[in-house]
Design a protein around this ligand. Structure first.
Ligand SMILES: Cc1cc2nc3c(=O)[nH]c(=O)nc-3n(C[C@H](O)[C@H](O)[C@H](O)COP(=O)(O)OP(=O)(O)OC[C@H]3O[C@@H](n4cnc5c(N)ncnc54)[C@H](O)[C@@H]3O)c2cc1C
Length: 288
């Protein structure tokens, strides 16, 4: 199918884009088009006006400093992949992005588009939530910033208000000695994950885990953390017994959807297995 007829606008400035979106409630921004174009073609979305973000300046930078990493909304998956600084500045992100879609999609898909689309199985929301990321948005009422954990409100739902644009995602500073892992399972490389986990912890001098952060994707209605599982690991040495207990708790802590790809029990079991493997990987990374 082809999209319903729409008006196309390509503003030159952020202020112009915000004004266009404010003036037309039935307008939608388009960035890489990798999620929106299929929705338009299937006529699942039919905005009257498309506001193309491609000409907006200043939203495509990856900034790394002592505060952490800032990703402009127009940063593409391939930009993240190609930026070797991220291998140490944000390895969880760098690793997770390798699982996103296929080469052609990674060449166009953007940070802002992924956050706004809020697919429960998307990797970036999982990383953003795991890392206590913050999402900045701008609208006709000005700029506001919110924790990623509050930004994602449900499947394909966010706290974005009508007419607001995402400008950047901030991820806090990443200590070099941090233990981390990203694991997901998809039926084919590049497909959306049936389930995934993004995790990190810091190790104290006597080998006990501290500051444990675990987020789940795919087996949930939105990327979210598993506080009960984090509490089980915190203060303990991440050994086989801790990992086994955490994996069991993680499987019990999720309430996955069922669909034609997998039933809820399968996804629940996957979360346990992925967490187990991720924790082993993280602990091993510490010893390497
Ligand atoms: C076959 C296929 C497989 C895929 N597999 C994966 C996968 O494994 N993992 C994954 O994470 N993604 C996957 N994707 C989605 C892909 O990563 C998209 O690129 C991404 O979700 C959206 O980015 P985009 O820039 O293309 O956004 P667009 O498609 O342009 O827009 C998506 C939504 O975001 C809104 N939007 C865009 N930019 C902004 C902004 N700055 N502020 C506010 N709203 C904005 C749009 O209005 C729209 O609602 C897949 C897509 C396809 C087609």
């Amino acid at each position: 199918m082809k999209p319903v007829r729409f008006e196309y606008r390509a503003p030159q400035t952020l202020a112009e884009a915000v004004a266009l979106l404010a003036a037309e409630p039935d307008a939608k921004p388009i960035a890489g088009g990798q999620s929106l174009m299929p929705l338009l073609n299937f006529r699942l979305a039919a905005p009257r006006v498309l506001v193309d973000l491609r000409r907006l300046p200043g939203l495509d930078a990856i900034t790394i400093n002592q505060d952490g990493v800032r990703l402009g909304a127009k940063v593409r998956w391939c930009d993240i992949e190609a930026d070797r600084r991220l291998a140490s500045a944000q390895p969880l992100l760098w690793q997770a992005v390798r699982h996103v879609a296929h080469y052609q999609i990674r060449n166009r898909g953007t940070v802002g588009g992924s956050l706004a689309h809020a697919d429960p199985a998307a990797e970036l929301p999982g990383v953003a939530v795991a890392c206590d990321g913050e999402v900045s948005v701008v609208g006709s009422d000005g700029l506001r910033t919110m924790p990623a954990a509050e930004f994602f409100t449900g499947p394909l739902e966010t706290a974005l208000r009508t007419g607001e644009l995402i400008t950047e995602l901030r991820l806090p500073r990443w200590p070099p000695e941090r233990r981390w892992a990203f694991r997901e399972f998809a039926r084919r490389q590049g497909d959306f994950a049936l389930a995934g986990v993004a995790l990190f912890y810091d190790e104290e001098a006597e080998g006990r885990a501290n500051n444990v952060h675990i987020a789940v994707i795919g087996a949930c209605s939105r990327a979210h953390r598993l506080p009960a599982v984090e509490a089980l690991i915190a203060g303990r040495v991440v050994d086989a017994a801790t990992i086994a207990g955490a994996a069991k708790a993680a499987a019990a802590a999720v309430d996955p959807p069922r669909d034609l790809h997998a039933d809820a029990d399968y996804r629940r079991a996957l979360v346990g297995t992925l967490l187990e493997r991720a924790l082993h990987e993280a602990a091993q990374r510490g010893r390497a």
